[in-house]
Design a protein around this ligand. Structure first.
Ligand SMILES: C[S@@+](CC[C@H](N)C(=O)[O-])C[C@H]1O[C@@H](n2cnc3c(N)ncnc32)[C@H](O)[C@@H]1O
Length: 292
């Protein structure tokens, strides 16, 4: 099966081929689906679903981080109505509409919390810089007077992060270094960091065999807590599951729960109606020294 895309004054035409025969076609103008039809000989075999799913996918309709709205004319026949329902189109103002808003992910919750807590101009560490999205986010908070250091044990992660920062004009604020996060105090001596961020796990888009483990994550979290200024925040997104197991998450939680209340405020933000393996955002705030 092959889906061909052709530019057209009316929008983009999609032609679905099975071997040499064109068995389906659709016309899309931005996110308005103007028409979709499957040749009568090929109906009822899932090709309509395939075509519609592919159009939605190409337009970002399955990306949980994107807001999308696709519209289509109200269909007259039952099969087309069922197809539209299957993909979440609902009647609205005389048309069909399929709207998706981004899910609140553990990482976006973490960003929201930090954006509401941190001030520009500080020192921020991204202890697991990966593809650089968290480092870039920290740069946007740090601003031109702040400094951001991203760390990763994989050269590809360091390259990706430095390239992302350069592409966004942030190379003057942040940079990535090849370094195990256990050694983060090389870049942030005790009491110097406004924020230390950990987003554990594996490098998205790379082999899952290289991932963070309790053996390095626990000493790294301890180093991160030492590096924090009074008033600073350590944020960590913990993971568990088939590949990564549960040991790192449990060890990090045990460390957080044992921290003295006199010195730290600790939040563990459980997605309570999700699976037990849902990512777990945690925040540790180092208290300002109180009166003796
Ligand atoms: C989930 S990814 C981080 C995502 C990243 N912050 C982003 O925005 O794309 C986890 C990263 O942690 C890195 N990592 C694993 N163990 C590490 C260690 N001991 N020191 C530093 N980085 C480590 C992995 O190589 C991987 O790139």
């Amino acid at each position: 099966m092959r889906l061909e895309e052709q530019r057209d004054p009316q929008g983009t035409r999609y032609l679905l081929y099975k071997e040499r025969s064109c068995i389906g076609r659709a016309l899309l103008r931005e996110n308005q689906l103007l028409s979709l039809e499957i040749h009568p000989d090929w109906r009822g075999r899932g090709y309509g679903s395939y075509l519609l799913k592919e159009l939605l996918r190409r337009g970002g309709g399955f990306d949980p981080a994107r807001e999308t709205c696709f519209t289509a004319p109200l269909p007259s026949d039952a099969a087309a109505q069922a197809l539209a329902r299957k993909f979440g189109f609902l009647p609205r103002d005389g048309r069909l509409c399929r709207r998706r808003v981004p899910d609140l992910s553990a990482v976006s919750l973490c960003h929201r919390f930090l954006a509401g807590t941190l001030q520009p101009g500080g020192l921020y560490l991204d202890a697991t810089c990966g593809n650089g999205h968290d480092t870039l986010f920290l740069c946007s908070i740090a601003g031109p007077h702040g400094r951001v250091i991203g760390l990763d044990i994989q050269p590809r992660a360091v390259e990706n992060t430095n390239a992302l920062l350069a592409a966004h004009g942030m190379a003057g604020i942040g940079r990535a270094e090849l370094c195990d996060h256990r050694e983060l105090e090389r870049f942030s001596p005790p009491g110097s960091a406004d924020c230390v961020l950990f987003n554990f796990g594996w490098l998205p888009g790379a082999a899952h065999t290289i991932h963070s483990t309790a053996a390095s994550s626990v000493p790294a979290l301890q180093a991160g807590l030492r590096a924090l200024k009074p008033g600073g925040v350590l944020a960590a997104v913990l993971y568990s599951g088939k590949v990564i197991g549960d040991a790192e998450k449990q060890a990090a939680l045990a460390l957080f729960r044992a921290l003295p209340l006199t010195a730290y405020t600790v939040l563990v933000c459980d997605f309570a109606n999700w699976a037990d393996t849902a990512p777990l955002p945690c925040f540790v705030m180092k208290k300002q020294a109180g009166p003796p």
